[in-house]
Design a protein around this ligand. Structure first.
Ligand SMILES: Cc1cc2nc3c(=O)[nH]c(=O)nc-3n(C[C@H](O)[C@H](O)[C@H](O)COP(=O)(O)O)c2cc1C
Length: 175
């Protein structure tokens, strides 16, 4: 049986800071499902076979089964990475009515609004309830293995508290 909260790590980098956020979130939550996109290679959305891709179907089913999806994203060119956007495009309607939270890893401090385009799209296309509290961390917040910045850890706990409360409060509410 699926847990109500699904954590997705979307970075394809072997040395990823957003994955450190995702792994820490999963550890704090304890009871959650966790998926690393590196384990599910997918074609680019729009190619002829992309919508029938088996890995996209698997991830789509995991998203559909969750109540809340927490997405860890790399920030590329003032947006979420192409891989993060691609999985959202390939899994489309699976996102219907989900509670969604974002954990972002960036190179610098100035790209903190980068998830807004994808957040808007999830709200408008799929009526997602986007938690209005993002985690945003630049490269100075990590060592080789984990989060080293107490403020980022605090913000992550704030996001997870909100995710837990909303998931439980809205368990029986159709958004
Ligand atoms: C193609 C590319 C574009 C990037 N664009 C931005 C950007 O717009 N803003 C920023 O702060 N960092 C940018 N970065 C830095 C990444 O956000 C940073 O390396 C981050 O750690 C990536 O997440 P990851 O470690 O989880 O893969 C970019 C990196 C790459 C490779």
């Amino acid at each position: 049986m699926s847990a109500p909260i699904l954590v997705i790590s979307t970075s394809l980098s072997s040395d990823s800071n957003s994955r450190k956020l995702a792994e820490r979130a999963a550890k704090i939550l304890g009871e959650c499902d966790y998926v690393d996109l590196r384990d599910y290679p997918m074609p680019l959305c729009g190619s002829d076979t992309s919508f029938g891709d088996p890995n996209a179907k698997t991830i789509g089913a995991m998203i559909a089964a969750a109540r809340c999806v927490l997405v860890a994203v790399p920030i590329y060119n003032y947006d979420v990475s192409a891989a993060a956007k691609n999985v959202i495009e390939l899994t489309g309607k699976s996102w219907q009515n989900k509670i969604v939270g974002f954990m972002c890893a960036a190179g610098g401090k100035s790209s903190y609004m980068s998830v807004m385009a994808v957040a808007n799209s999830l709200m408008l296309d799929f009526r997602c309830l986007v938690i209005p509290r993002f985690v945003y961390a630049d490269g100075t917040s990590f060592d080789d293995f984990s989060i080293t910045d107490a403020e980022v850890e605090k913000r992550l706990n704030g996001l997870l508290d909100d995710a837990r409360k909303l998931t439980s409060a809205l368990a029986t509410v159709s958004l």
